[in-house]
Ligand binder design. Sequence first.
Ligand SMILES: [Zn+2]
Length: 117
Amino acid sequence: MKGPPITVKCECGAAKHVPYGEVWTCEGCGRRWNTGQIDADEYYAILREMRRFRLSAIGAAAVLAVVFTILALVVSQSLFLLLPVVLGAWYVWYMPLWRRKVRRRARSLPTWQLTPE
Ligand SMILES: [Zn+2]
């Protein structure tokens, strides 16, 4: 499983996105930063949480699609004509909410103190 890269900030001010478990040698000062120093349990707990966020968006979309299909079949098939409106509302209303939630969570993610090798 490939996780999101970790932002490593070097003491000299340089920064780079490094995949988990990889070692980055700073171009500026030659310090070596090993993301493997990060506790795997902690890292994978965050991965799982991010995946749950994605699943919640997919799940909400699936529920919406099912409810809408049932409504259209039961009430009137002309409701399908409203599908673009519903999809539009989805993008305008739900996705920004979702993105805000993810961003808020991302801001409160832990930072780790690595020591150069
Ligand atoms: Zn550096």
